[in-house]
Write a protein that binds this ligand. Structure first.
Ligand code: COS
Length: 383
């Protein structure tokens, strides 16, 4: 067994860490407070190649493996959850479906700008009445001549209402299957198409520097060629995309946990009470030891799942495990880190306060922890 990263992966980790410390850390708190998406850091993230990371160079991507992409997201998340969300959703959910299931023409048309970060793309799965029960999609699409006519709405869609959003992949009911279930298909809808309205959502607890949107489709017409892959394959495409997306949520849990640990370790060395740095009290040293151990385990399970994916082996079960475990590790690390900071950890001027809030999304987005347990139970044959 060889647990070492390649030299390229080590270099990537160091350069993304430096970038995150220099460009993201100084602005993260203010963006969070203002609930503002930064086009400036978005541009810089595009320039250093944080989009299209696992996409072939043929379409303008970086041609890296999934482990590398996950390391990069982890390093951004170590500093800020909102920016990590923009990168993770941009790569795995935005670019993913077009890259995996698009035809040559669709890939050539949409991917190059998504891979430079000049454009973003949304993943239109969740609806007001189709959250965990994602198959209960209510958005409909019917063929009228050479066009799909789409009606319905989507909610909580990352990156879908920025001024550089170029489109969304929307899961739609396109009919009824022979077994009586909905026929679900994915349709690519370009931003600016009449009948599509994207509205930014405000008032979030977490990821306040990322863009979250509601989408409304009212007799929205797109050419019939905008179907993604074969008709009726939409749910499989979405689920397959989420397998990869869950790895990036895992990386955000891992990176966020690492960020909490780093802050807690530093604070424990600096803060003196009862004449000693508080990190040297056994009660706190044990907390730090538990954090370090769990982060190590999280990294192992996540990288193994990515390795399976990179080696074309089944990884759905491991992706669900990694997503579930890493997000719960961050939950515990954020809790310990705030506790160690005492009253200061409750104040916005300390980054742990933001990490504590940002963490919660990871147990909900891209499949709640309960859904991950369903997926794992089914894949081990228990359900
Ligand atoms: N890859 C490809 N296909 C998959 C799949 C996967 N990982 N998982 C399931 N499918 C397919 C199944 O094979 C089945 O195909 P057929 O209809 O052709 O038989 C179909 O999808 C439906 O699967 P299933 O019956 O298991 O679906 P359920 O309605 O029971 O739902 C859960 C399963 C709950 C796991 C699913 O709805 C889910 O993941 N929900 C959470 C959604 C989510 O993560 N939303 C967050 C989005 S934030 S970006």
């Amino acid at each position: 067994m060889d647990f070492s990263l390649s030299m390229e992966q080590e270099i990537l980790r160091n350069s993304v860490r430096q970038f995150a410390e220099k460009e993201i850390k100084p602005v993260a708190r203010e963006l969070d407070e203002k609930e503002e998406f930064s086009y400036e850091t978005m541009r810089k993230m595009g320039e250093i190649g944080l989009f299209g990371m696992f996409v072939s160079e043929k379409y303008g991507g970086q041609g890296m493996d999934y482990v590398s992409y996950i390391i990069a997201t982890e390093e951004i998340a170590r500093v800020d959850g909102s920016h990590a969300a923009t990168v993770a959703a941009g790569n795995s959910l935005g670019i993913g479906p077009v890259y995996y299931f698009g035809n040559e023409e669709q890939k050539r048309k949409y991917l190059p700008k998504l891979c430079t970060g000049e454009a973003l793309w949304g993943f239109g799965l969740t609806e007001p009445n189709a959250g965990s029960d994602a198959g209960n999609t209510q958005t409909t699409a019917f063929l009228d001549g050479d066009e799909w006519v789409i009606n319905g709405s989507k909610i909580f869609i990352t990156n879908a209402s920025t001024s550089i959003t170029s489109g969304v992949t929307a899961l739609c009911r396109t009919g009824t299957r022979e077994d009586g279930r909905h026929e679900l298909s994915c349709i690519l809808i370009e931003a600016g198409t009449p009948g599509l309205e994207a509205r930014e959502m405000h008032g979030k607890l977490m990821w306040r520097g990322s863009n979250t949107s509601m989408l409304f489709f009212e007799d929205c017409r797109v050419p019939k060629e905008n179907m993604l892959g074969p008709r009726g394959h939409g749910f499989h495409q979405m689920m397959q995309t989420l397998d990869g997306g869950r790895l990036s949520i895992g990386s955000m849990g891992l990176g966020g946990a690492q960020g909490c640990y780093d802050l807690a370790l530093k604070y424990g060395r600096e803060r003196v009470q009862f004449g000693k740095p508080i990190g040297t009290f056994q009660v706190n040293a044990f907390k730090l030891a538990d954090m370090a151990m769990e982060i190590e385990c999280a990294r192992l399970i996540l990288y193994k799942a990515c390795w399976l994916r990179d080696n074309n082996k089944p990884f759905s079960k491991e992706a669900a495990m990694a997503k579930l475990y890493c997000s719960e590790v961050m939950y515990r690390c954020a809790n310990h880190a705030v506790q160690l900071h005492g009253g200061y950890g409750l104040m916005k001027e300390y980054d742990v306060e933001r990490f504590y809030r940002d963490q919660k999304l990871l147990e909900i987005g891209e499949g709640t922890s309960e859904v991950q347990r369903i997926v794992i139970s089914r894949l081990i044959g228990a359900l």
